[in-house]
Every structure is written in C-alpha cells, then in structure tokens.
Design a binder for this molecule. Structure first.
Ligand code: GLN
Length: 541
C-alpha cells in the first residue's frame, strides 16, 4: 500500500524543503521502506530548462532526459533512487496538457476549470507511474499563501479524501525566528502560516520547525495548542553544519518515529550506519585541498548545486575537506590575474551556456595544462579545453565554437543529429529552445588502456547529458598528434564523450555531467579521482 506525505513550506522561502523531504525519505528508506520523492512546481514554465541559473539555480537532468528542479538532485543524493520525468511537474506543464486535451476534444461539452480539471490533472500526476512504493513524498514548491500554489494545495487537499485521510500526511515546514532582544524563538509566524493552510482546507499533521536553537518544551506546547497538532508532532529542525547531518538530526528529534506512528506502521529502528559514517567523514576530515571552480554563475551557488556536492563526495572518498574557490571566469580575460590560480590543487571549469566569460575559461584551461595543475572540464568546460588545445597546442587558427557565432575553425559545432534508442534525433538552428538538447542518459564506449578506463574500470559507461553543441571529430588527428586524445565516444563512434591528456598529472574533459550521478555514499569515480589528484598536487605545492 502506498502512503503519501505532502510537504509544504511556510513563513519564508529557502527553508530547505527539498533537503527536509530528502532527509525524511532517507530515514524511511533506512527503516526498510521503498520510497519515491516528487516535486510540484507552481511556476508557469513547462520545465526549468529555459530559465537562467540565476533565476532558478541548477537544472537537474534525469536519466530519462527530463530537465527538472534541483531538489530532485537532493532526493537522489539522499536516497539513491533515480528520479524520472514523472517526478517533477510545473503549472506550465499541467496547463499545457489540459489545454492540449481540450483542443483534441477530450472534454467535449464541458467548461474547463481549475477545479476539477486542473486539480484532476495534478492528482493524476501525483499518483501516476508508481509500482510498489510504500511512501511517496511529494513536495509542493513555493510558500503557502502564494497565489500560484493554490491549485496544488487544493489538489493535495482532495487527495486526502480520495486516498483516505489515514494514508495521507500533511507535513508543514516553518521557521521559528529567534529575536535576540527578546531572547526567544517566535511562534507567531508559524501560527499564521498554519492558518493560511487551514484557509484552503488543510490541517497539517506534523510541523517541522526550522530554528537556530533548541525549542523549549513550553513553546512546543504552545505551537501544538495553537496549530491543533499533537505536541509530539512539533519537531524542531535545528541548523546543522552539513546537509548530510540532517537525517540523523531529524531522527534524534523523533521525526521518523512520529511519521510511523501517524501511519500506524511497524516502528522498527532504522539502520543509519551509512549516515553516521558520512557524518564522521564530513566532520572529521584528515586533510584539505582547494579547488578553483571557474564559471559564469558564481554569484549564485545554487547554480552549481550538484557540482559542489559531487566535489564534497570526492572529498568524502579521499577523507579530505574540499575547499572551493568560486572564480568568475571573466577575470581571466584581463592580463595578470593568474595569481587567483596560484597554489590551487585543482581547476574545474563547469558547464554553461553563452559567450560571456568563455575566453576566461579557455585561459584557465591553458593555465592548468601548462602548469600541470589537475584540470576537470565538464560539458562547456570540456569544449573550451579542446578549443584551447586546438589554438595553443595544435596551432589551429580561429579555433572556436559556433555557439558564439561563426568562426574560422569550428572545433565545437551545433549537434544536428544523434541516436536515441535506435531512432535518429535531428536538430537545426530553427529548432525550439525548450527541451530540445541532447538530454539524459547516453552510453559511451571507453577506450581500453586509456586513463579514463582505469578510473571507471569498465568499457561501457552511461552518463547524463545536456548539450546542444559537440566537439567536431574532424580535428581528432591534429589534437592526438599533440597529446590530447578522445578516449570515450558514443557507441556509433560519432560523438566524443571524453578527452584526456595522458602526459599530464590529471587532465580530463567530459561532454556529460558526472556530478548528477554522484552520491555521498557512492561518490562518482571521476570526482574521487579528481580530488585524489588534487591531494597529490597538494603534496607538491
Ligand atoms: N553550451 C554548451 C552546449 O550547449 C554546453 C552545455 C553545458 O555545459 N551544459 O553544448
């Protein structure tokens, strides 16, 4: 039987609903339950794929090629369960589906309304595409009180009746602000937020209260009384120094016990050994390395969420703390700025779009190559590392990418044709921008005897992609003769997936996004190897 936990947020945004949902998912999983996490996003874009990272943070890509909210990354990292297209929906997608059905004539005769048609579509999404999951945790984006969130709240309210109230829990995440002059945690915003939920017919069953210090018993009692919940269902969610401490912290506050009590399920104790192990490694590393991340969206670290987590996982694997220096690549477009890279133990150029800052990324790759500093280029970072090698190693004049306009030697060009599941996908400059990149998991064949083969230890890999341009293999020989080799390609041999410089301490570029598949208890081999190379480098400098 599937039980549903609906997670809403109140008082302010950025409370960490995604982490809270992911941590609860991990706790239920540690009790042996099969879990699935889903997210309903109230904005009008069909998906976040066309949004600027400054608006939305990272776009998380699933194996099946969906461009989704970054919270799905937290879900995967905490539970190890791979997300799918059917785990994230937006108002935009719901409406475009409802309107398409209306045009087809599926509702002939009816007036199409938010209730029941839009809410029906939302409900269908929540309960669709499940097999034997015991718990579905469904997070509602935004903050209670937002106009655009109303249809989602109405839909989950209805689900409480449809599925049976005993099978649906409403969990509300709130904030208890601490007022230093009063020396108190304040409960009023939580009371108001619960009132707001009640006004749309939802009585929360459990309140998870973010707070910077412990909640006195008296305040807990007060919240329970005013918000009409059991006192044991008011759970403090105290600030912790690493997100990987959250599951254990919530467990110690009784969250998973309370959830099991609500659903009347066997309260066997969870096996949290792996979380204790990760917590130990995160809080007590044996050394540290510093890595420069040279990108364009360094003003908003949410834009690189999976990347910074994957680097932390590489640290977990090597028992070191990874300190990240976020550097805006544009600064390398002026002379004499390389002191920023002096002394770092590794340089990473992440993915990105558009021309701003690319010459700086090329300059950073050049610095890493010449100074023999470990270098990791991801997607655009890989493309720019190849352009750099083409210009400065192979002496190819006018080497560039057509993403930024015409150039004499298009080392990187538009990806016009590729295979997916035996079918050919075609694109041109006229294609729509939304959802048309080469997206999701694709296999690649790894060359035997290459260094990448040693890292993966296998001939065939599957990694997630999100790109519109590709490195042109016409330049392969020129580059290989100068020491840069293409060591993994798509199975049909047409698309380069990995480049490496064998005669360098550690220099790799990958067309895919390995950061999307890294997990704290299963660090991605490329991040383990990159941080390992940085550890070696730290012994030299
Ligand atoms: N802009 C490049 C492309 O579309 C790289 C994309 C990326 O880094 N995700 O191919």
């Amino acid at each position: 039987m599937t039980r549903y936990i609906f997670i809403t947020g109140g008082v302010v945004s950025s409370l960490g609903k995604g982490i809270a949902s992911a941590a609860l998912g991990a706790l239920l999983q540690a009790r042996g339950f099969k879990v699935r996490l889903r997210k309903l996003d109230p904005y009008l874009n069909v998906d976040p794929g066309t949004m600027s990272p400054y608006q939305h943070g990272e776009v998380y890509v699933t194996d099946d090629g969906a461009e989704t909210d970054l919270d799905l990354g937290h879900y995967e990292r905490f539970t190890g369960v791979s997300s799918q297209q059917s785990d994230n929906v937006t108002t935009g997608r719901i409406y475009s589906d409802v309107i398409a059905k209306e045009r087809r004539g599926d509702y002939l005769g009816a007036t199409i309304q938010v209730i029941p048609h839009v809410t029906e579509a939302i409900k269908k999404f929540v309960i669709n595409d499940l097999t034997d999951e015991e718990f579905v945790l469904c997070e509602i984006g935004g903050t209670v009180g937002d106009i655009e969130g109303l249809p989602f709240l109405e839909a989950i309210r209805q689900l409480g009746n449809d599925l049976g109230r005993a099978n649906c829990m409403y969990l509300h995440l709130t904030l208890l602000p601490y007022i230093p002059t009063a020396g108190e945690l304040k409960t009023k915003p939580t009371q108001h937020s619960v009132k707001e939920l009640l006004s749309v017919g939802i009585q929360p069953d459990l309140l998870l209260c973010r707070a910077e210090r412990d909640l006195p018993e008296g305040e807990r009692e007060k919240i329970a009384l005013f918000c009409n919940v059991q006192q044991s269902s008011v759970i403090p969610a105290l600030d912790v120094s690493s997100i990987y401490q959250v599951p254990i912290s919530y467990h110690n506050q009784g969250l998973d016990d309370e959830v099991c009590r609500f659903f009347n399920v066997d309260p066997q104790q969870p096996d949290l050994a792996r979380w204790y192990d990760i917590m130990e490694r995160v809080t007590r590393p044996e050394g540290e390395v510093s890595i420069a991340v040279v990108g364009k969206y360094t003003g908003l670290l949410d834009a690189y969420k999976s990347l910074s987590e994957a680097l932390a996982h590489g640290g977990i694997a090597n028992n070191v703390r990874v300190n990240l220096n976020w550097i805006d690549s544009e600064i390398f477009e002026n002379e004499d700025t390389f002191q920023h890279l002096q002394g770092v133990h590794g340089i990473l150029v992440p993915g990105g779009f558009g021309e701003r800052g690319v010459e700086g990324k090329i300059a950073a790759a050049s610095f890493a190559r010449e100074h023999r500093v470990p270098f990791f280029g991801i997607c655009l970072g890989m493309q720019m590392a190849v352009v750099e090698a083409a210009r400065n190693l192979a002496g190819i004049r006018g080497a560039g990418s057509t993403e930024f306009g015409q150039c004499q030697n298009p080392i990187v060009g538009l990806l016009t044709e590729w295979e997916r599941d035996g079918l050919v996908e075609m694109r041109s400059t006229e294609s729509n921008m939304g959802g048309t990149m080469r997206l999701g998991a694709y296999e690649a064949l790894v060359q035997k005897n290459s260094r990448i083969h040693k890292i993966y230890g296998t001939d065939r890999i599957s990694e997630r992609h999100r790109h519109r341009y590709e490195v042109n293999l016409a330049y392969e020989q020129d580059l290989a003769s100068k020491g840069m080799v293409f060591s993994a390609k798509s199975p049909n041999g047409i698309l380069p997936e990995v480049v490496e410089i064998p005669d360098h301490p550690w220099f790799f570029g990958v067309q895919f996004h390995p950061e999307l598949k890294s997990r704290p208890f299963e660090p991605h081999p490329l991040f383990t190897a990159f941080v390992g190379a940085a550890v070696d480098q730290s012994r030299l400098v």
